[in-house]
Design a protein around this ligand. Structure first.
Ligand code: TRP
Length: 389
């Protein structure tokens, strides 16, 4: 794969499902990956189907790229509904960045009444994270599900593939995928080296399966739409390549940009040494206060300078939070952005306004999480993971 070697004058960056390095140029990344921009004509179509305004994640370009989205919309409008598929690799506690594909899925399920399939890749995180035991990734997997599903899904239309527990349903299709993917393709797509363990080389076959399983079960092609971070796209290039030879429709994709970390990282990630860059869903109110008070912003060196020149929301981790979830009202969001740029809104004040919103969201979330306990296990295909790994 072209790993983002920059054209003259641009910075280097690298994006794979397991690693993000350098400053991401999203336009260039879409060129490298060969995806399509989620541009105005596509958004206009979405508005006709979903109503105006669209969810902030769509309206504010957090979802910025797609593959074949208009095709699944065409089919939907002809009476052939798609299902949603996304997933979670349980490598730690859930934080705000992990919510993006789940929040978009929740919105689409609520608007369109479509089926939702979730994959929990406890196997993946065991294979790829040297320090995690399988017992731990399984435990985290179930905990993480509660956090993610607490956004509010329809239990009757939600199906969970928990890899080590649902393997009976996954394995036959995983084999069919695996037989069609050569080592040299996996190496080119993911950059494997001879040091990678053999399980990690097979894993992508498992991540393809949920895109096909509903079609296999129905005995007819059921279109699939995958909301995911753009860093997951390499997996689905493989999925799309094997789809038609196996007799299934190619899944469509809709990609989000990565939420920046609070310490100025390109990707909010808890694998980073500094957990201060991340807001976990179970952070107590005082942690939210502490982390956000120190968060990296697009502010100037002095108040005087900021009043005079204004701040830069584009690089600000606090503005990214307003943009993604915490200012759902378009008027309020526009006002925050305008006064930030003009220098009227200083960073301290902006943070003081955001902190109680985040605390309130997390408090409500904890209550909704308890409700999910009641149905989560019955939604796991082949039953919940047992006590021993
Ligand atoms: N590999 C993803 C992760 O590390 C988990 C995942 C599995 C996923 N299937 C998916 C993510 C489908 C998005 C869409 O988090």
């Amino acid at each position: 794969m072209d790993d983002g070697a920059p054209p003259p004058g641009k910075e280097a960056f690298k994006v794979t499902p397991w690693e993000v390095r350098g400053k991401i140029d999203y336009e260039r990344l879409q060129e490298l990956f060969g995806t399509s921009p989620l541009d105005e004509p596509v958004k206009a179509r979405l508005r006709r189907l979903l109503g105006t305004p669209l969810h902030p994640l769509l309206e504010r370009d957090i979802y910025l790229s797609h593959r074949d989205l208009p095709e699944v919309l065409d089919r939907y409008e002809r009476g052939d509904p798609f299902f949603l598929y996304t997933g979670r690799g349980p490598s730690g506690e859930v934080h705000l960045a992990h919510l993006l594909p789940f929040e978009l899925s929740r919105y689409l399920q609520q608007k369109l009444g479509v089926e939702f399939w979730v994959q929990v890749t406890d196997d993946e995180k065991f294979l790829f994270q040297g320090s995690l035991s399988l017992e731990e990734t399984r435990r985290l997997g179930r905990e993480n599900l509660l956090d993610l599903l607490a956004l509010g899904f329809d239990p009757k239309k939600t199906h969970i593939l928990f890899d080590t527990a649902s393997i009976r349903s996954l394995y036959p299709l995983a084999l069919k995928v695996a037989k069609r993917v050569t080592y040299s393709t996996a190496k080119a797509v993911f950059g494997f080296t001879p040091q990678n363990n053999i399980g990690s080389i097979f894993f992508t076959a498992i991540q393809s399966v949920p895109a096909f399983l509903p079609s296999a079960r129905a005995g007819r092609p059921v279109p699939c739409l995958i909301p995911c971070g753009i860093d997951q796209d390499p997996h689905f290039r493989i999925t799309r390549d094997v789809a038609e030879p196996l007799g299934y429709p190619k899944p469509a994709l809709i990609h989000n940009r990565l939420l920046p970390g609070l310490s100025g990282e390109e990707k909010m990630s808890s694998s980073a040494e500094r957990k201060d860059g991340v807001i976990f869903l179970n952070d107590p109110p005082e942690e939210v206060d502490r982390k956000l008070s120190r968060a990296f912003t697009g502010g100037r060196a002095s108040v005087e300078e900021q009043r005079r020149l204004g701040a830069n929301p584009e690089v600000c981790s606090v503005w990214a939070l307003w943009r993604s979830r915490f200012a759902p009202d378009p008027k309020e969001f526009a006002e925050i952005t305008r006064t930030c740029r003009s220098g009227e809104l200083l960073c301290g004040e902006c943070k003081r306004r955001l902190i109680p919103r985040v605390q309130q969201f997390l408090g409500e979330h904890a209550r909704r999480r308890a409700d999910v306990e009641r149905w989560v296990d019955s939604a796991i295909v082949d039953g919940p993971p047992g006590g021993t790994a």
